[in-house]
Design a protein around this ligand. Structure first.
Ligand code: GN1
Ligand code: MG
Length: 364
């Protein structure tokens, strides 16, 4: 089936003009589709959901529909535009489900592309970074009152750092692709981080921290911005919305946005934590959530930055050792470069922890 056929299966009007594949995501296949309706250009995002990663796409879409419904009602209460500030999934014509299953059994979905919006894979503008922080903070605020336990667990133990380490240990043991020898140094570095990186999970296991509705993939390119005004609009990519710790969202966001280079830059000398970017995001995020955080949540925020950085390094390296089956890769060794990059970032986070704590203290 062509993308045009897929589009024809959804309740969207207008004339199909063309599509372009977007290459930023590491998991799903994403296309931006152009339509013309009443002489006006309308854009949509059409995605094929990765079934290896998301074993039950219906559950993913069920979470997304319920979460966006809750956000939408809060946005309406505030008198804000639902066209701009919340994602909308279209229904399939035949089933009225928010997905379409093609002949090959693959799941597709279709979102509105927010008019005049843009996303940033990297960003130097501290104003934009602060507004990304506010957007993710607001996302949590809008979902306050939504029962986290009612969400489907679409990827079990997604941010369970200890389980991610167990998978690494098992992959190293197995060494199916005989790749362990080439990444000995990286493995040793990650093993040295293990105790500290798993502390956050320990608090969660003990039940000392509240489980909130978290986004769990808070990369800055998952917030859309108005191209003209720079205003933060909707939070995107809600695939991994599940119960989690607030420090997961904070940590994952910082490791992405405050890295001085892209997360897969092979030149590790270019990797460090930009403290100004850290400050900008922290200001936006914490200002939204101030007053709602428990003592332990405040204390573990920067631990989350370290844990999420190390956890992703563990995931990239595990995937490399296990034959590159999970993340999309652009060249052999891509996952090793990604892991090295995150390890270098974790090393710099350790060095800058004092500075980070002082900044956090200021806003919290
Ligand atoms: C994947 O493909 P994307 O950008 O949505 C991954 C995240 C990682 C991220 C690293 C479901 O996200 O957990 O942090 O790559 N998503 C999943 O770039 O595993
Ligand atoms: Mg994602």
């Amino acid at each position: 089936m062509t993308i045009k056929d897929i589009c024809a299966s959804f309740r969207i009007d207008g004339r199909y003009v063309g599509c372009e594949e977007l290459s930023t995501g590491n998991i799903n296949c994403t296309y931006q589709v152009k339509f013309i309706r009443d002489g006006e250009e309308k854009n949509y995002i059409v995605q094929k959901i990765n079934k290896t990663v998301f074993k039950e796409p219906e559950m993913v879409m069920d979470n997304i529909v319920r979460v966006t419904h809750h956000i939408r009602s809060n946005i309406i209460k505030k008198g804000l535009s639902t066209q701009k500030f919340v994602l909308r999934a279209f229904l399939a014509k035949d089933t009225d489900e928010p997905f379409f299953i093609d002949d090959a059994g693959d799941y597709w979905r279709c979102y509105r592309f927010i008019a005049n919006s843009i996303t940033y894979d990297s960003c130097e503008d501290l104003g934009i970074i602060e507004r990304a922080g506010s957007a993710f903070g607001k996302f949590q605020k809008y979902l306050d009152g939504f029962d986290a336990n009612s969400l489907n667990i679409t990827i079990p133990d997604f941010h369970n750092t200890a389980k991610r380490y167990s998978a690494l240990h098992a992959a190293v043991q197995d060494d199916k692709y005989k790749r362990v020898k080439s990444v000995k140094e990286e493995i040793d570095k990650l093993y040295a981080f293990e105790l500290e990186a798993c502390k956050l999970q320990k608090y969660l296991d003990e039940g000392s921290m509240p489980l909130r509705v978290t986004h769990n993939d808070t990369k800055c390119n998952n917030v859309s911005f108005d191209k003209t005004t720079g205003e933060a609009l909707a939070v995107l990519d809600l695939d991994t919305v599940m119960p989690g710790a607030v420090a997961h969202d904070f940590g994952d966001a910082i490791r992405f946005i405050a890295n001085t280079t892209l997360e897969d830059d092979p030149n590790v000398e270019d990797v460090s934590l930009d403290i100004d970017k850290y400050q900008a995001f922290t200001k936006g995020f914490i200002t939204e959530l101030k007053g709602t955080l428990t003592e332990l949540e405040k204390q573990t925020m920067n631990l989350g930055v370290f844990a999420m950085t190390v956890e992703l390094a563990v995931r990239f390296l595990t995937d490399y050792i296990s034959g590159d089956k999970y993340f999309k890769t652009k060249y052999p060794g891509h996952n090793v470069d990604r892991a090295r990059n995150q390890i270098a970032l974790a090393e710099d986070i350790i060095k800058k922890r004092g500075q980070m704590d002082a900044i956090l203290e200021k806003y919290i």
